[in-house]
Design a protein around this ligand. Structure first.
Ligand code: ZN
Length: 128
């Protein structure tokens, strides 16, 4: 965060390769390339547990949308594809570490969540 364009000094979001102000293509440091890749990677947690992921990622507007049954289906792929980038931009994270830790936590929680769902479904089947 807090990067500026070397051409026009406009502030540039960390995941962009081009300046939004002047279109200048930026030379990225290896560290930034790694971060970009992470931000562009699909969000596993959003795939498995969209509502919980949106909330934990501080995308509260999307969280509310994801609660609406038919809308939630559309929110899922959007969050999987763009969620990390938007969460990083909008979440007001103290630093990258806080953000990355939260992303890892959410992925782990989503795996637990889906495991519980599968276990619950299996138990119901055994009973019924
Ligand atoms: Zn620029």
């Amino acid at each position: 965060m807090g990067k500026t364009c070397t051409q026009c000094q406009a502030e540039i979001a960390a995941w962009n390769e081009k300046c939004g102000g002047c279109g200048y293509t930026l030379v990225l440091e290896p560290d930034e390339v790694v971060q970009q890749r992470r931000l562009r990677a699909p969000a596993l947690g959003a795939l498995l547990f969209t509502q919980g992921w949106c909330f934990g990622a501080r995308l509260y507007g999307w969280f509310l949308l994801s609660l609406i049954p038919m809308v939630g289906i559309i929110v899922l792929p959007i969050m999987v594809l763009f969620g990390r980038r938007w969460a990083w931009k909008a979440g007001g994270w103290a630093d990258r570490k806080e953000f990355e830790d939260r992303m890892r936590l959410l992925d782990a929680l989503s795996i637990i969540w889906i495991s519980l769902l599968v276990a619950g479904w299996y138990l119901l089947r055994l009973r019924g």
